[in-house]
Ligand binder design. Structure first.
Ligand SMILES: N[C@@H](CCC[C@H](N)C(=O)O)C(=O)O
Length: 279
C-alpha cells in the first residue's frame, strides 16, 4: 500500500506527518511509527504525528503524536508548531490557529516565515500530575533521585507530558545513551518520563540535551524545553516574564513563563519534503 507523508522538523526534532483528517489514524500506527522512524533503513524520524479533524468547536485541527517506539504521548511542542505550519500551507491560511492535542487545545500564532509561537498552557510540579511515586506529593523541586548507583537532584514538571529536569555543569560531556534509559524507566515514573539535562549559561540563556520517552536522544524537545525553563524558574535561576533562550542540539527555542505559571514557546517549523512510501 502507498502512504503519502510530509517530513517536517522543528529544531531538528523531526517527525513524519500524516494527513488523517478524512481517513482517521491507521490501525497499525504503532507498528508504522516503529518501522518508518528507523534511520538509514526507512524515512527515519523521531516518530509519527497524525493530523486529524478537530474535536473542539472552532479548532483548526487535532494532532496525535506517536514516539519512535510506537507509544502515544499527550503532546509534542515542536510537533504542534509543525502542525500549524502544515495546516497553514495546506489551505488553512490563518495567522492564528487552534490545534487540539492530548493535553488540550493550543493556540499557535505565526510570527514570521516558518516561525510560530505556542500558548502551551500551565505547568505543574506536583507528583500526581506526572505521575511520580515514592517522592511525596510535591512540588517536586530539587529532590534527590537515585538512578542506578548515582543520586541526582531533579525537578519534575508536567506540561501535559512528564519531564524530569537535571542541572549539570557540562551537557556536552554526558553519555545520554548510557544514562537516559535508566531515567526513562525509573520505577518512580510509572508512565515513564522524558529527561532533560541543562547547563546554565546565565539566567536567560541555557543549553540543554534531552533523552525522550519512547524516542531516545532527540536534537530538541519543545515540551522538554518548556519544562526546563519552568524548573529553572521554580529553582530561582530564570526570571519569570522574560524570554529565556535555550540552545538545543538542533537549534534555539525561546520560552517565557507568564503569570499563572503559563508557558509561551517560540520556534521554527520547517517542511523537509513530501513523499510517498510503500508500507
Ligand atoms: N519531542 C516532543 C515530545 C514528544 C513526546 C515525548 N517523547 C513523550 O513521550 O512525552 C516535543 O517537542 O515536545
Amino acid at each position: 500500500m502507498k502512504l503519502s507523508f510530509t517530513k517536517m522538523q522543528g529544531c531538528a526534532n523531526d517527525y513524519i506527518y500524516l494527513d488523517c483528517r478524512e481517513s482517521g489514524v491507521p490501525e497499525n500506527i504503532a507498528a508504522l511509527s516503529q518501522d518508518l522512524s528507523r534511520r538509514h533503513f526507512s524515512i527515519g524520524a523521531d516518530g509519527i504525528i497524525c493530523i486529524c479533524a478537530p474535536v473542539t468547536a472552532g479548532a483548526d485541527g487535532r494532532m496525535r503524536i506517536f514516539n519512535a517506539d510506537g507509544s502515544e504521548a499527550q503532546m509534542c511542542g515542536n510537533g504542534v508548531r509543525c502542525v500549524a505550519e502544515w495546516l497553514y500551507t495546506h489551505g488553512v491560511a490563518k495567522e492564528t490557529l487552534v490545534v487540539d492535542t492530548g493535553s488540550g487545545p493550543k493556540t499557535i500564532t505565526r510570527k514570521g516565515r516558518q516561525l510560530w509561537q505556542v500558548e502551551m498552557g500551565g505547568y505543574s510540579a506536583m507528583a500526581a500530575a506526572l505521575p511520580a511515586v515514592n517522592m511525596g506529593e510535591g512540588p517536586l523541586v530539587d529532590c534527590p533521585l537515585t538512578v542506578e548507583d548515582r543520586t541526582w537532584r531533579v525537578t519534575c514538571i508536567s506540561v501535559g507530558n512528564p519531564h524530569c529536569v537535571i542541572v549539570v555543569d557540562d551537557v556536552d560531556s554526558l553519555k545520554l545513551e548510557d544514562i537516559g534509559p535508566a531515567f526513562e524507566k525509573h520505577p518512580n515514573f510509572p508512565e515513564r518520563v522524558n529527561t532533560e539535562f541543562v547547563q546554565i549559561v546565565d539566567s536567560t540563556h541555557l543549553k540543554m540535551r534531552v533523552w525522550e520517552r519512547g524516542s531516545g536522544e532527540t536534537w530538541a524537545c519543545g515540551t522538554g524545553t518548556c519544562a526546563t525553563v519552568a524548573a529553572l524558574t521554580e529553582l530561582g535561576v530564570c526570571p519569570a516574564g522574560e524570554d529565556i533562550h535555550v540552545q538545543l542540539r538542533g537549534g534555539e527555542l525561546i520560552i517565557r513563563v507568564l503569570s499563572g505559571k503559563k508557558l509561551l514557546m517560540t520556534g521554527s517549523a520547517v517542511t523537509v519534503c513530501e513523499g510517498v512510501t510503500e508500507v
